[in-house]
Write a protein that binds this ligand. Sequence first.
Ligand code: DC
Length: 229
Amino acid sequence: MNQNIKKIITIDGPAGAGKSTLARELARRLTWIYLDTGALYRALALTALQRGLDPHDQTAAEKLAASLDLTARPTPDGTSIMVDGRDVTSLLRAPEISLAASAISAWPGVREALLGLQRSLGAKGDVVAEGRDMGTVVFPEAGLKFFLYADPKFRAERRFRELSACRRDITSEEVLADILERDQADCRREASPLKAAPDALTIDSTNLTIDGVLKVMVNAFRNRFFGFK
Ligand code: DC
């Protein structure tokens, strides 16, 4: 393995493109750590809602982010989050938390407050980090960067299938509207907007299976870190 290449792989992309499944599986295959940075923004959003704060209120959001006792522990399945010593991991996936996380993550002070924690979690290397700005801002020195894209309708269908297994009250139109709203918010914000790093390999997963994308990723890894063609 080429020791001069930073052993961090970043996977950025819009909601529902399959980032979590792929980052988790890639980390498992490489026996690296899987880091889900969306969980940090979700924990912040959850706490804001629990405390009756508006995630769209910049002052309140930035004050909360700067003062919150947030700790994260990577596990093979995801990133466990504790707020004030309480494990909140199981509460983070609800749709209302997704929208609140998208809103709260737009504030520069919020992103700044979470930067050190994210970097410390990746400091030892051997990490597959998933999010929106992993390759552009948090780990610009990463050895390998992916930007995972998929058509919004396809992403919404996949999310709908996942959600409808546990929720009967949600429609596919609502899921698509949520996805489009989050895409807009994530791409248009001024602070670290969602975009591919110039040196990222973009993969359109619309017509690929998870295994198909994984194959592309593993090949890119072998090529980059071991010089295999
Ligand atoms: O990946 P996710 O759906 O769990 O992320 C939830 C929200 O957090 C997403 O709408 C945007 C934000 N986010 C971010 O701005 N930067 C990251 N690195 C990860 C997530």
